[in-house]
Design a protein around this ligand. Structure first.
Ligand SMILES: NC(=O)c1ccc[n+]([C@@H]2O[C@H](COP(=O)([O-])OP(=O)(O)OC[C@H]3O[C@@H](n4cnc5c(N)ncnc54)[C@H](O)[C@@H]3O)[C@@H](O)[C@H]2O)c1
Length: 263
């Protein structure tokens, strides 16, 4: 039985991940962490009934992870928290599934260095849905033929999202840029803003939009739009739990959703 802990257990994603762990075979909740709801039962917070696992203070992470024999930590919090907490978990020999977005390059490197130093397995993915990872694959293929077109990435999310543009939009741009040998990015446009050969990246925020990503390839007299829309957070939560189960048998190193989905 895989023992999985969840950081951000009181958050939108954390609660859904706990309910997905409860509904999955072969994996169980070992511990939960957050800044709020300390000492309350994580199952009660996730509305799946009492699980006998209380939310621990993040300051006790190392001790709690060891005492609970946790194999893997699933983290959906904020970048400044993950960059501190993930190395603590890695040093306790715990594998990492990180869904938090908004990392700087340096923050990502700190987490990857901790994974390498402590010989654990890790995945950092801005989007755990199957559909989005196929979307990345399609973008990479389309970019081979549409490099001369103007390329824009447009994303839309709910009004509570803290970071912009989304990690998924950035990954989409990075996938395209890698195929095209490196592109500059322009974030939104205002005033005099002539178009060059950059990738434009645009963030829309409103209501309860779960997550839309469109990549527009616009040429002379025609355009292609490739679009992914998440209908609920369930797609992310089930992917993260699937990744947690997979990574526990993967051996040390950093992995991607492409590895897990066989793409
Ligand atoms: N990778 C994906 O598939 C995917 C999908 C959806 C959201 N996300 C990302 O996941 C993150 C969380 O999203 P959300 O909608 O659940 O946010 P949320 O605000 O609902 O939840 C975040 C939780 O983290 C907790 N938290 C904050 N700082 C903490 C710390 N230092 N230690 C422990 N807990 C802490 C908060 O108290 C809160 O309960 C965001 O970065 C979001 O962009 C990723």
């Amino acid at each position: 039985m895989i023992r999985a802990a969840v950081t951000g257990a009181s958050g939108r994603m954390g609660k859904l991940i706990i309910s997905n762990i409860v509904a999955s075979d072969g994996i169980e909740l070992s511990a939960a962490f957050d800044l709020v709801n300390i000492d309350k039962d994580a199952g009660e917070i996730a509305q799946v009934g009492n699980l006998g696992v209380s939310v621990s203070d993040i300051k006790d992470m190392e001790r709690v992870l060891k005492e609970s024999s946790t194999n893997v930590l699933i983290d959906f919090t904020i970048a400044n928290a993950t960059v501190v907490n993930a190395p603590v978990a890695a040093s306790a020999g715990v594998d990492l599934v990180i869904g938090t977005t908004g990392f700087s390059k340096e923050q990502k490197q700190i987490i990857e260095a901790a994974v390498s130093k402590h010989g654990v397995a890790g995945i950092i993915s801005p989007n755990f849905s199957v559909g989005v990872n196929v979307f990345f694959k399609i973008l990479s293929e389309a970019s081979k033929y549409l490099g001369d077109f103007d390329i824009e990435v447009i994303e839309a999310h709910h009004n509570k999202k803290k970071d912009a543009p989304s990690g998924t939009a950035m990954k989409a741009a990075d996938v395209i840029s890698a195929v095209l040998g490196g592109k500059d990015y322009v974030y939104g446009r205002q005033g005099l803003a002539p178009r060059n050969k950059e990738i434009g990246i645009h963030a829309v925020r409103g209501g309860d939009i779960v997550g839309d990503h469109t990549v527009l390839f616009a040429g002379d007299g025609e355009r292609i739009e490739i679009k992914h829309q998440a209908h609920s957070r369930q797609a992310f939560a089930s992917g993260a739990v699937k990744a947690a189960a997979w990574i526990c048998n993967a051996g040390p190193g950093m992995y991607t959703m492409e590895d897990i989905l066989g793409l």
